[in-house]
Design a protein around this ligand. Structure first.
Ligand code: ARG
Length: 581
């Protein structure tokens, strides 16, 4: 049974439609039966049948108290408490993990909008996974944003989550880099910003390589040495990798995103790849083709794919196969999710199928969460290759947008901080507002506007809610959360607007559950927008200032609760709700 038209009803009624599907009896009869069996409760006063609908009269005051009292008991995880989440995966060394900044992590277990349906199951969410020395493109940006959200979502639904970054940190490109570094490298630049410097080197040496084949020969040689574990080759590669991770961590922190583990293609041992290949020979799907090993998945409507090259070096898919086995042996996950662009649909389907054919029962727990492309993601000058450049540009644009309103701009305490957070929110919300699988166009003006369903609009609504609490008359003070239900007369919240907001607040826990089914960030975004629309039309109707004390307190409680729920939804989306601007 779906609860109906929230907020449209002044009287305190819910309309419930009896759905046709899955019922043996006619909806009208079911409605009659419900009415006949009804017993009043503390929350439901009476019900009435009308064809296939049932009108339920709610005890508004009791419902208000029930909902508001739950919302106001939430606290946030401290960094120490986050440790215990990481600990759940035992073998993991804590020093590898970045911890969420204090106060910015998700709600504590039992907080409003969380539930235990995940039953403490262990899930690995692999996301972001950029390639060292190559541009951080839109696909990585989307994986980072959507993946970090999904990790939060699983956590809110009671899972233990391991956030894993599977870096593209192995392959012939490191040979190219090594050769390039000899010619163009600078230790100082590397220390300063490894990602940018290595990319520069990579571009330059590739240009040289166009007319000088010997560069590629030397690169291949270097990669062969890396795979053989040559100390010097591995040493240089490790330095590139470590310094790149330092830089990545800075950017992720700016985004309020963190990982429990930086893994990568390099971390999959040659041994487990060899073992996987050996095991594969037994499945009858492997054949030799011009010296290379190939798996034929035609029977499963998937294309053939090379699993070992002619020269014996490893390939992407074999690292994924070996990597999944290693992860399972180490972490015994109940589920593993790969957040990767839909360009790689085939690749993921292939290696999931291979693992299945190898007889691993857990192969069924692997899931590819895919997403569409972004068109035109570059700075306004059209130059971006790195995420940082996009973030800097959105910060700049937000700064300009804010400056257009001089009076407001002058009131902003820390425009640098505010514009950075607003810019990041703009980028993230643009990405999460639509269905994952849809492509979208990167639109500077639209996403940085305070109007329409945008990130800045959400932040503005949160700031305004925060300021009600702050700028309120000094004698109107909310009692401590545990006393509110008895001290505040919620029967004073009779206006349809108040009711609309309350019913939205009451829906939030279900929204979090349904987002887990769809794995769509848009489910949460849409909820946040609906809540903000309701709130922004409430300001003129539900005044706090100048009202009788009892009325002011009841409304204030509603606003403070709305702020909490909006803040929770925003945190779930990895946003950092602003208190002021
Ligand atoms: N580094 C890869 C790329 O940029 C994405 C990795 C996806 N994950 C995986 N397990 N293959 O294309």
């Amino acid at each position: 049974v779906e609860s109906g038209k929230t907020g449209k009803n002044v009287s305190g009624d819910f309309t419930v439609a009896i759905p046709r599907f899955r019922l043996k009896a006619k909806p009208n009869e079911v409605a009659e039966q419900l009415v006949a069996a009804f017993q009043p409760t503390a929350y439901l006063a009476s019900i009435k049948a009308n064809g296939a609908f049932v009108y339920i009269n709610v005890q508004t005051t009791a419902l208000y108290k029930l909902v508001l009292a739950q919302i106001n008991t939430q606290t946030y995880l401290t960094p120490d408490e986050s440790h215990s989440v990481v600990d759940a995966f035992e073998q993991l060394s804590l020093k590898d993990a970045d911890l969420p900044p204090a106060g910015l992590s998700l709600l504590k277990k039992n907080g409003y909008g969380t539930n235990k349906s995940g039953d403490g199951k262990k899930i690995i969410v692999e996301f972001s996974s950029p390639n060292i020395a190559k541009p951080f493109h839109a696909g990585h940006l989307r994986s980072t944003i959507i993946g970090a959200f999904l990790a939060n979502l699983y956590e809110a639904n009671g899972y233990k989550v391991l956030r894993m970054n599977y870096l593209g940190d192995w392959g012939k490109q490191f040979g190219i880099l090594a050769v390039g570094f000899e010619r163009y490298g600078s230790e100082a630049e590397l220390e300063k910003d490894a990602i940018t410097h290595l990319y520069d080197v990579y571009v330059k040496i590739n240009r040289d390589g166009e007319s000088d084949e010997s560069i590629h020969d030397r690169a291949r040689e270097f990669f062969v040495k890396m795979e053989a574990g040559d100390e010097q080759a591995v040493g240089l590669w490790k330095k590139f990798r470590d310094l790149s991770i330092v830089k990545y961590k800075e950017t992720y922190a700016r985004l309020n995103i963190y990982f429990d583990l930086y893994s990568g293609e390099s971390q999959v041992s040659g041994e487990s790849q060899a073992k996987a290949l050996e095991q594969l020979q037994g499945t009858g799907i492997v054949e030799e083709s011009e010296g290379a090993l190939v798996v034929d998945l035609k029977k499963y409507k998937l294309e053939k794919t090379v699993v070992r090259k002619k020269d014996g070096t490893s390939v992407y898919i074999t690292r994924d196969i070996g990597g999944a086995v290693e992860r399972y042996n180490k972490f015994h996950f109940d589920k593993m999710v790969y957040v990767v662009a839909s360009q790689q649909d085939l690749h993921l389907a292939q290696f999931f199928k291979v693992l299945d054919l190898m007889g691993y029962p857990w192969a069924k727990t692997l899931q590819h969460v895919n997403f569409g492309m972004v068109q035109g993601m570059s700075t306004r000058k059209g130059t971006a290759v790195f995420l940082e450049q996009i973030l800097d540009e959105s910060k700049r644009v937000m700064h300009e947008v804010m400056q257009k309103n001089e009076a407001k701009y002058n009131a902003i305490e820390d425009p640098e901080y505010t514009s950075d957070k607003l810019g990041i929110t703009a980028v993230k919300v643009q990405d999460m507002a639509g269905k994952r699988i849809n492509n979208y166009e990167f639109k500077w003006e639209r996403m940085t506007s305070f109007e329409g369903d945008t990130g800045p609009y959400l932040q503005y609504a949160h700031v305004r809610l925060s300021s009600v609490e702050r700028k309120n008359a000094p004698e109107i003070v909310l009692p401590p959360p545990s006393d509110r239900a008895t001290a505040i007369d919620v029967s004073l919240l009779q206006e349809p607007k108040a009711r609309e907001i309350l019913l939205l607040l009451s829906e939030y826990p279900n929204v979090v559950r349904s987002a887990l089914k769809s794995l769509e960030p848009s489910t949460i975004c849409t909820f946040a927008f609906r809540l903000c629309h309701a709130i922004s039309s409430a300001w003129e109707v539900l005044l706090v200032r100048g009202q009788p004390r009892e009325v002011a307190l009841a409304r204030l409680w509603l606003y403070v609760s709305a702020k909490d729920v909006l803040g929770s939804a925003m945190r779930l989306l990895t946003l950092e709700p602003l208190e002021r601007m």
